[in-house]
Design a binder for this molecule. Structure first.
Ligand SMILES: NC(=O)c1ccc[n+]([C@@H]2O[C@H](COP(=O)([O-])OP(=O)(O)OC[C@H]3O[C@@H](n4cnc5c(N)ncnc54)[C@H](O)[C@@H]3O)[C@@H](O)[C@H]2O)c1
Length: 324
């Protein structure tokens, strides 16, 4: 296993996967349509192709030019709210795009795929403890559904064509690379950490906190935040496991929950800024607490998150973001 194709490698998570793969000795090929990606996030050691996973003709050349041993697919749309108003857009990219990848894998005899899925496949989590991989899947928006369908496409292809897969269900991803100058950018980011940091930087007036009457210690919602470098390291750890023909679905989180107010207080400490906020009504379908068990990834892949301190996650993001 030597040559890895990273689709969506010019995006936030994909660009981090590229540098971790390169630093681990793999040859990396990047495919991205640059719709939401940035060429300056792509490490120069990688070979770049512009193409779109919705259009096989636009990217088949990658497989003609290169012997690809495994694909890591990060290409896709990521905005839950947008998926509700434009569901077809999400199924076309996140599900049909993956069907195209499988089609080409079959044609060029590529046997391994690592896929970015999401905790959104679980839907409304009502669970006191940690969320394990066998928690029932019941997505409540087209984004989660498009990813769950893609998971199914991959699992069926595995049964039919002997393709090995690692499917990763990410919880909340944050932070930036401390060694390479890469991090999250792009319009309309909807994740909590960038929104808090935009407020700290003065780009937003205040932070809206949805609900302060949840049955949690401080009344705000609790989520699991995983550092992007830890996340992509799990993907790198998956490659030797795939090489042994071991497939699996794995949650990726930190295993510890933080409330919105705890995240805010950490961000105030890290940035030294007073970050204004207001409480607003709960959003429909937002559970009180969602925290992952990543035990399976730890046991099967021999992986462990290193950024367990939320201050470090936020400070890495801030050091990148304040320079943008
Ligand atoms: N960011 C998170 O917190 C999070 C959480 C759960 C799952 N994920 C999943 O991780 C993956 C990467 O997310 P991200 O945050 O890096 O998003 P991102 O938007 O930064 O990156 C996606 C990349 O894919 C490219 N792309 C999109 N559609 C494409 C297509 N049809 N053909 C080729 N390239 C295309 C974009 O240009 C972009 O560079 C997504 O699939 C997302 O669903 C992300």
């Amino acid at each position: 296993m030597k040559n890895i194709l990273v689709t969506g490698g010019a995006g936030y998570i994909g660009s981090h996967a590229v540098v971790e793969l390169l630093d681990s000795g793999y040859n990396v090929i990047v495919l991205d349509n640059l719709e939401n990606g940035f060429l300056d996030l792509v490490d120069k050691r990688a070979k770049f192709y512009k193409g779109d996973i919705r259009d096989i003709e636009s990217f088949e050349g990658v497989f003609v030019d290169n012997k690809v041993d495994a694909i890591m697919n990060f290409a896709g749309y990521i905005k839950v709210g947008e998926s509700v108003v434009e569901p077809n857009k999400y199924y076309l990219n996140n599900t049909y795009g993956v069907m195209n990848i499988i089609q080409v894998m079959k044609k060029y005899n590529v046997k391994n795929i690592v896929f970015s899925s999401t905790a959104a496949v679980y839907g409304d989590v009502e669970c006191e403890g940690l969320v394990y991989e066998d928690y029932p899947t019941n997505p409540i928006n087209p984004y989660g559904a498009s990813k769950l369908m893609a998971e199914r496409v991959i699992i069926d292809a595995s049964k039919a064509h002997g393709i090995n897969y690692s499917i990763f269900r990410y919880f909340n991803v944050g932070g930036a690379h401390e060694k390479y100058q890469i991090g999250q950018k792009g319009e309309g980011v909807t994740a909590l950490i960038p929104i808090i940091l935009q407020t700290a930087k003065g780009e937003r007036e205040e932070l809206s906190i949805y609900g302060n009457n949840y049955p949690t210690e401080d009344g705000t919602g609790i989520r699991d935040y995983i550092h992007v470098v830890d996340l992509v390291k799990a993907h790198v750890s998956a490659l030797p496991v795939l090489n042994k023909d071991i497939s699996g679905i794995y949650n990726l989180g930190n295993g510890t929950g933080f409330s919105v107010l705890e995240m805010l207080s950490s961000a105030k400490k890290v940035t030294g800024k007073d970050i204004k906020f207001k409480f607003v009504d709960r959003r429909a379908g937002d559970p009180a607490s969602v925290v992952a068990s990543s035990k399976k990834a730890e046991e099967v892949l021999g992986w462990k998150p290193e950024y367990t301190d939320v201050d470090r996650i936020i400070s890495s993001a801030w050091n990148w973001y304040k320079k943008l």
